[in-house]
Design a protein around this ligand. Structure first.
Ligand code: IP8
Length: 247
């Protein structure tokens, strides 16, 4: 069984302090993953205070491209530093984590779709490794390079690897309604539109609304939950908000 777990950039970094890892949150996430059965697990982490400020400085987003290779290098470098920290921390906790860099494994088409080659990742899984990917900068037909969010990669990975479940670990315990309560399920975007706001910090890929919209297109049910629910999610429980039809 293949499971895709996204660690939100705002969970593993201090989103308000540039290029700063949230050591305690990352250690908690690493411990929860290490305690679970990691066979068939792929982890993707977001950009947080590494990717988003570097992309925003250069006016690069999921739709705005750059043709300047120095921009591509700068954004990719920042994400590489975060990837190294996340992979090392997971490894130290006992997870057989190995890094995978999306810039070298995919691209965005002229229609805006994400193409990701997953043969290498499938072989890593077969050999018992846990591949770790991240939101990145992606060569994009006719636009130079744009940002690919971790959420887009999660959807592409789920389709290509025929995953059964997607988990998205966020700073909140799920998608919240106006009263601050977790919305248990979202099956259509219209149901959630009124409760979805933007992101509080610099987020070039659109915050919770964009997350829900892209997860609704996924080939597997997706769950949005907080740090405390990584363990329950990985053990097969329902956690936070389920996005998409029931499994
Ligand atoms: O935080 C964005 O990934 P996300 C990655 O999953 C960059 O949206 C480079 C900003």
């Amino acid at each position: 069984m293949t499971t895709i777990l996204k660690l939100g950039g705002s969970v593993v970094t201090d989103k308000d302090r540039r290029e700063t890892v949230d050591d305690a949150a990352l250690a908690n996430a690493a411990d929860a993953i290490a305690e679970a059965d990691t066979e068939g697990l792929v982890v993707v982490h977001g950009g947080g205070s590494f990717g988003h400020p570097n992309a925003a400085d250069r006016n690069v987003s999921a739709t705005e491209g750059t043709t300047d290779a120095a921009d591509v290098r700068a954004i990719h470098r920042a994400m590489g530093e975060l990837l190294t920290t996340v992979t090392d921390e997971l490894g130290a906790a006992g997870v057989p984590a190995v890094p995978v860099r999306p810039l070298s494994a995919g691209y965005r088409t002229v229609a805006g779709d994400v193409e990701l080659s997953t043969e290498t990742i499938a072989m890593m899984l077969e050999e018992g490794f846990v591949p770790i990917l991240h939101g990145d900068v992606f060569a994009t037909a006719g636009r130079g390079a744009t940002i690919v969010s971790g959420d887009e990669l999660v959807v592409a990975l789920a389709a290509e690897l025929d995953a059964e479940r997607i988990g998205v670990c966020s700073t909140v315990p799920g998608v919240l309604d106006d009263e601050g309560d977790v919305v248990p399920t979202i099956e259509r975007y219209a149901e959630a539109e009124t409760v979805l706001g933007g992101s509080g910090s610099t987020d070039v890929t659109g915050g919770m609304a964009a997350k829900v919209e892209s997860l609704l297109d996924a080939t597997a049910p997706a769950y949005v939950f907080g740090l405390e629910d990584i363990g329950p999610f990985l053990s097969g429980a329902e956690a936070g908000t389920r996005i998409g039809p029931s499994p």
